[in-house]
Ligand binder design. Sequence first.
Ligand code: B12
Ligand code: SF4
Length: 377
Amino acid sequence: MSLEAKILEMALEEGCSLAGIAPAEPLLAAREHLLKRQKKGPGLPFSGKDILARTDPSLLLPEVKSILALSFDYRTPPPGNKPADTPRGRWSRFARVRDYHQVVGHKMARICARITALKPGAACKAYVDTGPLLDRAIASRAGLGFFGKNNCLLNEKLGSFTFLGEILLDFPLEPGSEKTGPDGCHRCRRCLDACPTAALTSPYCLDHSRCLSYLSQASEYIHPGLRPYMADGLYGCDLCQEACPYNQEKREEIDEDFLPLQDPYPPLLPLLALSKKDFAARYQESPIFWRGRSVLQRNAIIALGNMKAREAEPRLGRLLLEDPRPTIRGYSAWALGETGGSPGFRFLARAVEREKEPYVLQEITDALYRHQKANSL
Ligand code: B12
Ligand code: SF4
């Protein structure tokens, strides 16, 4: 058995669904794509701004000769219908399972250990969204899939509900054949049509400032015009992937490390009462942990506003009057403007007298205006 075949077999034994070998040269097509995207749109979120570092593996490991690219399937059984007993939110698929940085990180550490047992002294550097490199571009180079118009790395058989990682190696291996370009999508544009905010502005281009996944993860201000599109979403968004014909097949084998940790539709009211300690205890293994309690609570408040959940008014009112975080007070005011009940109106009327923060005051005045408008109709 060749060294390549041995390493790929070991990777599959350690739990990845696909493994391939990419050459270590700079990712020139991806560099061009990033430059174009940077010129067109509002820049790139959550990632290094240094496009050279993002596309040159030798800046991470100067002696790199080849890259082992890995894909991990995290598709879970469908969550069933949402119960109507109490207002509930919704996790995206990746948010329901254990944080992929941890799970894939452990699997890759085992693969590295086996590679160094096979080739003593070899340098192995593993990344899963933990360095500047473009994980999707490396996976495509290794032949693990093609770029979908929704930006995701798609495999004809496995679809795109996959996490990607790569291991840089200091010895040469024969690379697989690259799958780039739009071939797999043909004339389909279901993902573009499925995005309610039209964040996929054109094929292969995403305006993150309108992407519901981005909005649910970022801590920055969310424009009131975008909040209704977040619906009941608590973290992440799968709309452009759920629409994709390559993601329709039901999978029999499920990686136990990616069995769902969370109730797919968690009740929202208890989330508003989570202390820092409760949050850490409950979510430290979830990918939402790194974004923190305030982001989760903000999303829960927006979801309650979108559901017009009047039973939430006492809790939202308390947050508006008592929470030390201006963002939480501001979104609570907005949500009380949406729920529209008279207890909510009374909380807003009390808050406008005592609030000092200009941003929160603005949210309160807007919410009171919406109440008055609704009552005058
Ligand atoms: C920043 C980031 C985000 C941002 C921006 C995403 C984006 N599309 O730009 C936000 C927060 C929105 C996000 C959302 C999600 N993310 Co994210 N994210 C990242 C991160 C950290 C960097 C991505 C980045 O730099 N994007 C900039 C664009 C230009 O590059 P790209 O996303 O890699 O993909 C493009 C290029 O590779 C390009 N390309 C390269 N060469 C060439 C050549 C040609 C000719 C063309 C046309 C294109 C092209 O094609 C792709 C599409 O344009 C990566 C991890 C990493 N270090 O790579 C994870 C990563 C991309 N995210 C991931 C996941 C799972 C998600 C979500 C599904 C989570 C969710 N359920 O909400 C969504 C999917 C949204 C979407 N449709 O992309 C996975 C993707 C797995 C996969 N199979 O594709 C990654 C790889 C993490 C991982 N290691 O598994 N993410
Ligand atoms: S929905 Fe259609 S256009 Fe979008 S990624 Fe899937 S196949 Fe490509």
